[in-house]
Design a protein around this ligand. Sequence first.
Ligand SMILES: C[S@@+](CC[C@H](N)C(=O)[O-])C[C@H]1O[C@@H](n2cnc3c(N)ncnc32)[C@H](O)[C@@H]1O
Length: 397
Amino acid sequence: MDTPLPEPSADEATHSARLADAIRQEMAAHGPIPFARFMERCLYAPGLGYYSAGRLKFGKDGDFVTAPELGPVYARCVARALVPALMACGEGTAWFELGGGSGAFARDCLLELQALDALPKHYWLLEPSADLRERQRERLRAELPGELFARCAWLDRPPQHAWSGVLFANEVLDALPVTRFTLRDGEVFEEHVDANGNGAFVRVDRPTDPLVAGAVRHLQRHLHREFDDGYRSEALPQLPWWLEAIAGEQQRGAALFVDYGYVRREFYLPERRDGTLLCHYRHRAHADPLILPGLQDITASVDFTALAEAGVGAGFELVGYASQSEFLIASGLDEVFTAARAAASGEAARYALAQQVKRLTLPGEMGERFQAMLFARGLDADALFAPLIAVDRSARL
Ligand SMILES: C[S@@+](CC[C@H](N)C(=O)[O-])C[C@H]1O[C@@H](n2cnc3c(N)ncnc32)[C@H](O)[C@@H]1O
């Protein structure tokens, strides 16, 4: 870390200490816990985890900025990309958003769908954080016309009945608790977290179970090489089951995931010897997930080859894979920009709009780091998604 992180306030320090105590109690009872469990508690422990407790996360006063937080352009393009799928599904459709964050995406997406005369019957949000659920509800109630807000519903779990429409997740996969693994003499070990004599959290490697070992062997087979001794990285062995649970009842429609990540051979580059973990605290990024429990975001990049495998395994057709900039351009960015520019009320608004588009599309910003992967089921994808298929790079997977 080059510059020290900002000091937490006294309240934050107390909050973090409470979560650290709760995690240490679990360790005292059960021994070192898998890293995935540690990450889950840091992010989602009820009332204490990063996403479950009150401080603002998104936007300039939070810890990081996501594409929907930059302004409405991103949501408008996503809405346009997926309207053909919604229309093809007929009556009674749903737009199902995972991890709605501050609610900015839902607001801008619903307004755009209304403008395009393509409103779904339902707008479902699945949000594990009770605090974020409340913030989303308040924001959408305040900022949407009543007839749009009436379509919004917060689900406690994925739909358990047949439905058709669109599934969408922006920066959700990177927030799923990841398994960390390493290799010693060709054997797979799983990274765990323990507390040392001073109570500080430390990494401990332990022999792993067959699920994780099998997932790592699968990666090696697919990459046509073995990982070096000491190589350490992440995997999401549960991804196929997670996706099946989320989308298992979707009969027809599309599923779009946007996140930062790589194709598998770039994710597991031999020189990337400590994985892809990234933590965010007050707009500083660093790689130590063991500090500031409950106060910082912890994320890992997405192995998009694994997502493609999971999607196809869950019965989807893989329609396309593109960088965020290619995806947005193919989804009507030009028209969205032109309309927003015409509606902008002055030079400052036009400048802000140009900045928004730059952040979304420039290679050094989100344009190349973020990728979009689109799946479909029961639809004529070639006809509905021709502009996206024209920029498809799934051959790289
Ligand atoms: C980095 S934030 C992104 C928020 C929003 N999509 C955006 O782009 O601004 C991750 C979001 O995913 C949610 N999340 C984490 N795990 C989830 C899961 N298993 N299902 C649905 N949402 C989840 C978090 O609570 C949070 O709202």
